[in-house]
Design a protein around this ligand. Structure first.
Ligand code: SF4
Length: 213
């Protein structure tokens, strides 16, 4: 009889645990997912995020993700950083809001590259830790992951890491591990939105101070 792990997945890839490649977007999400799955899967992390700008931020998130994989003893690879890939993928969608068509193409780009990597290393299944975020729609992730998987002849596992308070747990665990938590999604547009929010908040604070005087 084929053994089934607690997530309902057949453990057929190898005698011990099934292999699962994890697309990693950042260390806090990675930490909780690795913590959750490590007992049931043979994991490997793949940091693939041409969306992140600027380079300094990319390097910071990548280094933190590598450190987290090391903490859990999980192999880690990072794709070559090619921000132009993201620019090309979303060039006609720059005026769409976060969570819309621009993000769908951004997911597709990253999951396509992850699916190709999965195929190249001879593994048969991958997923992404991005589903932990309340800002990332699970239907959009599952759709783009499935398209990417089919194109490369591998399998996308549609985990929803939001379940069981995944996001709150990732915050708690990343605090315990002292991990860097970014305050914008990644692309230059989300950074600009973050900067606007900060400015507006700063303006509100100044108005409050003035009204006290
Ligand atoms: S907001 Fe996030 S998911 Fe959407 S395009 Fe920017 S980096 Fe990608």
């Amino acid at each position: 009889m084929i053994p089934i792990n607690r997530f309902g997945h057949a453990m057929t890839d190898q005698p011990a645990k099934p292999r699962l490649l994890l697309h990693i977007c950042c260390a806090p999400d990675e930490a909780w997912v690795v913590h959750t799955l490590a007992a049931d899967y043979d994991l490997r992390c793949f940091f693939c995020n041409p969306n992140i700008q600027p380079l300094e931020e990319y390097n910071k998130r990548c280094a933190e993700a590598a450190k987290t994989a090391g903490h859990y003893g999980v192999p880690f690879d990072a794709d070559v950083y090619k921000p132009q890939d993201w620019e090309d993928a979303v060039k006609d969608l720059l005026d769409t809001p976060e969570g819309g068509a621009r993000c769908e193409q951004c997911f597709l780009l990253r999951l396509r590259q992850t699916a190709r990597f999965c195929k190249n290393i001879g593994w048969s299944a991958f997923t992404t830790v991005m589903s932990i975020s309340p800002h990332k729609r699970i239907e959009m992730l599952n759709k783009t992951g499935t398209i990417a998987a089919e194109e490369s002849g591998v399998r996308y596992e549609p985990f929803n890491f939001k379940k069981n308070d995944g996001f709150l747990n990732s915050i708690r665990l990343s605090k315990e591990l002292g991990l860097y938590r970014q305050d914008y999604c990644g692309c230059r547009l989300s950074k600009a939105e973050r900067d606007d929010r900060k400015k507006a908040h700063h303006g509100d604070a100044e108005d409050t101070e003035k009204s006290k005087k």
